[in-house]
Ligand binder design. Structure first.
Ligand SMILES: NC(=O)c1ccc[n+]([C@@H]2O[C@H](COP(=O)([O-])OP(=O)(O)OC[C@H]3O[C@@H](n4cnc5c(N)ncnc54)[C@H](OP(=O)(O)O)[C@@H]3O)[C@@H](O)[C@H]2O)c1
Length: 273
């Protein structure tokens, strides 16, 4: 069965707001929304990349595309975004922007960890709160928060990243329950390794000379985004793309941390050796 945005209220033009929209999963989500005739508000840090993404989408789809250049690590940026979109009804919010950092917590750069906590936790939570209130008022809307399979257990050598993703998972599933019956749904997407710039940026943040290949081949971002997008439109609370990731989540759930945590450390050390 093909699930499309026709499941939503189509009386008026629909609008989707995507963070981290200029590349990777965010760009794929933006294309999926545009294909379903959503107008777009693309949020990202880099003006040039954002304009290029806008042009690529406009070349394929006849939708309105607005851009907001914003560093999501900055205080008050959720409020600033909310002010900029005042008067517009947001039907879909996709909190996607994120980055990784590898290394022993005692050695990694606090500035990067502070930024990560700001972007993955504070900004994401505040933007969700502001737009969720608006959505509940009009009794319609969908929120998709991008977490990771990393959310399901502690992650030595990427400790802060795993912890922030666990926060996103926990918050999203709690909200998915709270909004039942309001016309709004909240979905959390938990991808495994995906072929985007994420590994390269993680390597750069971690001062590695080059990013390492995982022992598993990374997933196609278009397929990962499509899975999350469909599950969001269907109103599911959790979306885990791919059989291997589903298996990994199941094993994480039933394995005591005293076994899984040393294993995660081995895997992380192997990938980055
Ligand atoms: N790829 C994976 O293996 C994987 C696995 C599990 C979960 N995820 C999650 O998926 C989400 C999307 O990541 P991705 O894989 O698509 O990585 P990506 O290709 O690096 O995309 C991330 C986007 O967010 C933007 N961004 C970074 N810092 C920002 C900031 N401070 N303010 C505004 N925008 C910012 C980036 O802009 P610049 O390019 O200019 O920095 C980029 O456009 C993240 O939350 C990540 O944790 C990824």
């Amino acid at each position: 069965m093909q699930i499309t945005a026709s499941k939503m209220n189509r009386n008026m033009v629909m609008t989707g707001l995507v963070t981290g929209a200029a590349s990777g999963l965010g760009f794929e989500f933006s294309n999926l929304l545009a294909k379903d005739s959503f107008d777009l508000i693309l949020v990202d840090i880099d003006e040039e990349k954002l304009i290029a993404a806008k042009q690529r989408i406009r070349a394929r789809y006849q939708v309105r595309v607005d851009t907001i250049i914003c560093d999501l690590r900055q205080p008050r940026c959720a409020e600033l975004i909310h002010e900029q979109i005042k008067g517009r009804n947001i039907d879909v919010l996709i909190n996607n922007a994120g980055f990784g950092l590898y290394g022993f917590f005692s050695e990694t750069a606090w500035k990067l960890e502070e930024s990560m906590i700001y972007m993955h936790i504070l900004t994401m939570t505040h933007l969700t709160k502001l737009l969720l209130k608006d959505m509940i008022k009009v009794k319609s809307g969908k929120i998709l928060n991008v977490s990771s399979v990393a959310a399901f257990q502690p992650g030595p050598l990427m400790a802060v990243y795993y912890a922030t993703k666990a926060y996103i998972l926990s918050l999203s599933e709690a909200l998915a329950n709270e909004v039942k019956g309001t016309g709004v749904t909240v979905t959390v997407l938990c991808p495994g390794q995906t072929k985007t710039n994420f590994q390269k940026i993680t390597a750069k943040n971690s001062k590695e000379k080059q990013s390492r290949a995982s022992f598993l081949s990374p997933a196609d971002p278009a397929k990962v985004a499509l899975c999350g997008y469909h599950d969001m439109l269907s109103g599911y609370s959790r979306s885990v793309p791919g059989l291997i990731n589903k298996f990994f989540v199941l094993v994480s759930r039933i394995t005591p941390n005293r076994f899984s945590v040393p294993l995660i450390r081995k895997i992380q050390a192997q990938i980055r050796k």
